[in-house]
Design a protein around this ligand. Sequence first.
Ligand code: ATP
Ligand code: MG
Length: 564
Amino acid sequence: MTEEKTVVTTDFIRNIIAEDLKSNKHGGKVVTRFPPEPNGYLHIGHAKSICLNFGVAEENEGGICHLRFDDTNPEKEDEEYIEAIKRDIQWLGFDWQQKEYHASHYFEQLYQYAIVLIKKGKAYVCDLSAEEMREYRGTLKAPGKNSPYRDRSVEENLDLFQRMRAAEFEDGSHLLRAKIDMTSPNMNMRDPALYRIKRMTHHQTGDKWCIYPMYDYTHCLSDSIEGITHSLCTLEFEDHRPLYDWVLDQLEVECHPQQIEFSRLNLEYTVTSKRKLGELVTSGSVSGWDDPRMPTVSGLRRRGYTAKAVRNLCKRVGISKNDSTTDMALLEDCIREDLDSIAPRVMGVLKPLKVVIENYPAGQVEELQAKFHPKDESMGSRVLPFSRELYIDESDFEEVPPPKYRRLTPGKEVRLRYGYVIKCEKVIKDPETDEILELRCTYDANTLGKKPEGRKVKGVIHWVSAEHSIEAEVRLYDRLFSKASPDSGKDGSDFKEHLNPDSFLKLTGCRLEPGLLGAKPGIQYQFEREGYFCQDHVDSKADKMVFNRIVTLRDSWAKMVNQK
Ligand code: ATP
Ligand code: MG
């Protein structure tokens, strides 16, 4: 990542941290954390948070970023997600340097802190039902009412809380609540719940606990226990900050981290919410969390995105407090930019149309030289077999060409990339269906690496030798949703109703240049004139190669939308 680091970026959070370092506010330290809840796979929004938290730690000497699993809700969490999250962070190029923590490992300590709050008269056990709670809570316009249990004695609270832990009560029958202010304009301060009873096996602590601490209570204390200096989170936590600070102030903890909020990354034509992405998985709308259309880190990886492109997107989006939605074109631009310089060029014909070169001897094979990269000599070159029978792409031939058509048409010439100029002499059709079966062409033997004499040939098309090419399946992807913001259900629609029915197209019988035979997954190629592709590391096999289209060469979507 050294190359990227030379570009100094700054933002309001980095400025705050720089100031804090100058004034020695946190003892000259920078300790951040990335705190995912292991209830799903990471998405591109998380990548932004990862780049920020780990980035800030890397940029400051001695800085460190903890990986903390915020696992207070066993209902939706799973070990599988923990492993996936770790894999994704590593792939993105970041290292938590063995500072892996789990909020659940603090359960005993958190329980003891709750006892301190009770003893200070700052927390009480409440027996209101969920429905009554709602009623007492008030609304944004109306203040709430004190719970009838609010003035229980410290002794009674201690006894009840201990019995909550000892599983003497039903799930949901009691809560431990903070005693703050039921009239606060900030709903989060109206005696929020700190602990609830839930009999549920936890992936880390098993059946040891039947009470679980709530997120707001757990998060600030976990930060404090770990000596976090700057607790960076997204804007929706702004209203929770007073509670974050209240808990730490009441407990007079030694380390009181500073919470700073920044805006989420949202991406057009997709959703960035684990819950919604999970719904797509369970409803079978996609093939899994790593479906190449998903905005998950694992989906992007499987699709063929590079970590550098994802990091670059996060950098371009930047850190601010302004809510915004990022244009999908920006993400695509980032991957094109990276792949343009690193992807070897190869030829792949997605929709093969047979071409027979009538004046080329049957059985003869020539080896044509082609560079892997037009600008990067160090990538070397490959050999392309040329023979009497070739495949070109269906879309590179028009019987009745539109104006300015530069590809193959009857009676006209076109150049084969790295090869000869050919001329279409005849179109062979199925007499019944009128379908084009093959083209009969001739080649000009005097045009290899040379301009044809006395005429101009402008078009260049890609091709493969029929006999030598290898067969592959190619998967084309498009936007997962056909609506730019499928999330905003103002019209009452379910976000899944906006799924793009044409987001996945499977092409079989595609033909690739022979050098790709046996190529290992993990390399992004440019299929010349078609786009960037990489092997699907899940479904591709040595004898049945499957390629994913990462992105087209140009943004064809913007054009299409404008035409509509
Ligand atoms: P989701 O709504 O997708 O479930 P979350 O906030 O509940 O997201 P967490 O696992 O709690 O997911 O998130 C871990 C960290 O990533 C948090 O600090 C959160 O603020 C941050 N984060 C989550 N979504 C985004 C996003 N879209 N943009 C930037 N940061 C995000
Ligand atoms: Mg969350």
